[in-house]
Ligand binder design. Sequence first.
Ligand code: 2U9
Length: 331
Amino acid sequence: MITDIESRLKTLAQEAQEAIASSESLSQLEELRVSYLGKKGQLSLILKEMGKLSAEERPRIGAIANEIKTTIQDNLSNKQQNLQQAEIEKQILAETLDVTMPGVSYPLGKSHPLQSTIDRILDIFVGLGYTVAEGPQIESDYYNFTALNTPEDHPARDMQDTFYFEDGSLLRTHTSSVQIRYMEKNEPPIRIIAPGRVYRRDTVDATHSAVFHQIEILAVGKGLTFTDLKGTIKEFLRQMFGDDLPTVFRASYFPFTEPSAEVDVQWQGKWLEVLGCGMVDPNVLKAVGYDPEIYTGFAAGLGVERFAMILHKIDDIRRLYNSDLRFLQQF
Ligand code: 2U9
């Protein structure tokens, strides 16, 4: 009887050691633990028979059983560590990053030709020390016209007819209202550039749109002259179209500048009218509380669509608004 239990315990220890050594997964190992050491496991089954032993034999066999239990537990935990380590190594191997593999490509969006033209122009003026300013597209009559030396009965309003709301507000016809708002809040010297969407009651054709984009610059300070305006515009046009560009300043008229000029450039064999400019009318400076005896200023305005059409040889302004990918993907 005694030898029976003792030999069964030793056989169990031997078997367990072999089974644990050859187990290949953590789940298999857990099954072995339950099978050998679990409540209803093989060791418990044998120990239940301890009662049959004599009082002298019981402690000796008990000690052997405990030793076997500890050995199996040690074997299990060593094997568990080995398997876990192997699993981690396997995972690391499987997850190795192959830097030579081609990446996943996503279709990239890009700037609309109008936006990239705006960005180019802003970059040039920011380089000349200008700050970008923006304002509302729905304006009051005051900011769009009256403050810009264009009172209600002024004939220039005819050329800048726009869309009116019932409360008398309107869709701005130029970004000049942005500069008025800026001057009200800031003291000279100022150098600002105002890009944005503007509106005109215009019949749409290849070169006209009722909604378009403008960029206007404004500088106000002590002692600014037409020479400063000319130098600024010529430097801008040089950066935009290239060195040694023939330019002409033709006398013109705008309600908010005096004197005023339109500027033409000779580019790729053609004369192009590219922008308007002038010295800020003293009435405009007065409207924002600047003393025209102390300060002078110059301003210029250009149409972004016109610049984009010149730069990219676009034949019809409407192409810029149709969202036709066959057209847009060329840029
Ligand atoms: C303030 C004072 C004066 C802005 C100016 C022009 C001349 C001009 C046109 C170009 C093509 C409008 O888009 S377009 O049709 N603009 O010729 N703009 S001077 O003068 C200002 C602006 C703000 C306070």
